[in-house]
Design a protein around this ligand. Structure first.
Ligand code: GZL
Length: 327
């Protein structure tokens, strides 16, 4: 009897060991790899601008085409709503969390909760100022400092032959947001080379058309002889156009306007001569985000920082490009 029992125990141990080996060798799955088994939680900033709505539409359609479930939330530009959404995705144990941080700071706590839950995080569009870059697997978006420099370079060229002072009003994006901070930094970096350029006023319009109009109305009263308006996005530039026309001036002529994004409404105003120059910032991040998510759940390496390709447009180039614009 003892011999039989001993043999049975040995065989059981051997079977257990073999099963364990099978798991290690990949017989057990690390996580979902079939698209239909992947669930992603996306915490969007809001719907504050034409850029944002185009970004949302592109991400949603890319995940639909890929057959990957996308849980989506709109934070209405409030950080506490984005944090709530991320916590909800952690509770639901999604496979990946992606989001565009409305502002740079204040994310370490919730990103550590995602890390502790073993849920990888992808940053899209905007960055965080965390010093711990283990809190996210990748950043996909634009180089906003470069965008600000492109705006400054065009302005310096445009006013190269003038020795008169060039007075500038800057319409800033959302206070504390990476695109607002960096577009201001890149622009200031370039124009500081010539002291004729002076930013006489700089105020946030929160990336909205209404904000751009309201701030421009106020700043034109205190700076009636301004030469240039540099708006951190098209929507605030379009609001500025309304304010300039209400003040009886001609936008694009009496006041030179530079914006960032190149959404359809901005490109139309550029083609119509109401804006003078636009720096493109592409919202079409959907396909690249699907690619990053697919690699992450398959346990593949992804680049830490993926910068989107983008260009600039003059009025003549806008007329050419408008018919083919996707957003
Ligand atoms: C830039 C994006 C900005 C756009 C604005 O990548 O975060 O937010 O420039 C949008 O139009 O509101």
């Amino acid at each position: 009897m003892k011999k039989t029992l001993g043999a049975a125990v040995a065989i059981g141990a051997l079977l257990l060991a073999l099963t364990g080996c099978a798991q290690e060798a990949g017989g057990g799955s690390e996580g979902p790899t079939a698209p239909e088994d992947i669930v992603v939680g996306f915490a969007q900033v809001g719907a504050e601008s034409g850029w944002r709505t185009a970004n949302t539409a592109d991400i949603q359609s890319a995940f639909k085409d890929a057959g990957i479930e996308l849980k989506f939330s709109d934070a209405q530009q409030k950080q506490e709503n984005q944090i709530k959404a991320i916590r909800s995705y952690i509770q639901q144990d999604v496979d990946v969390i992606a989001f565009s941080p409305v502002i740079e700071s204040g994310w370490d706590a919730v990103l550590n909760e995602a890390k502790d839950a073993g849920i990888p995080v992808v940053l899209t569009d905007r960055a965080v100022d965390s010093t711990d870059d283990s809190l996210y697997v990748s950043f996909l978006g634009s180089d906003f400092i470069e965008e600000g420099k492109k705006a400054g370079d065009w302005l310096v060229e445009e006013f190269a032959d003038s020795s008169d002072p060039v007075k500038i009003i800057q319409l800033e994006g959302t206070t504390g947001a990476a695109p607002a901070l960096d577009r201001a930094e890149g622009f200031a970096e370039v124009i500081k080379a010539d002291e004729k350029f002076e930013v006489v006023a700089s105020q946030t319009g929160d990336f909205t058309r209404a904000g751009g109009k309201q701030v421009t109305e106020a700043l034109l009263k205190s700076n009636p002889d301004v030469d240039v308006i540099y708006a951190h996005n098209d929507d605030m530039g379009l609001g500025a156009i309304e304010a300039i026309e209400a003040a009886g001036m001609t936008p694009g002529e009496d006041i030179t306007i530079i914006t960032v994004d190149a959404v359809k409404d901005g490109m139309q105003a550029l083609a119509d001569g109401k804006i003078n120059f636009i720096v493109e910032c592409s919202p079409l991040l959907g396909k690249q985000l699907v690619d990053i998510v697919t690699k992450v759940v398959a346990g593949e390496e992804v680049e830490k920082r993926i910068i989107t390709e983008e260009t600039t447009f003059t009025q003549e180039q806008a007329v050419e490009a408008l018919p083919d614009r996707q957003y």
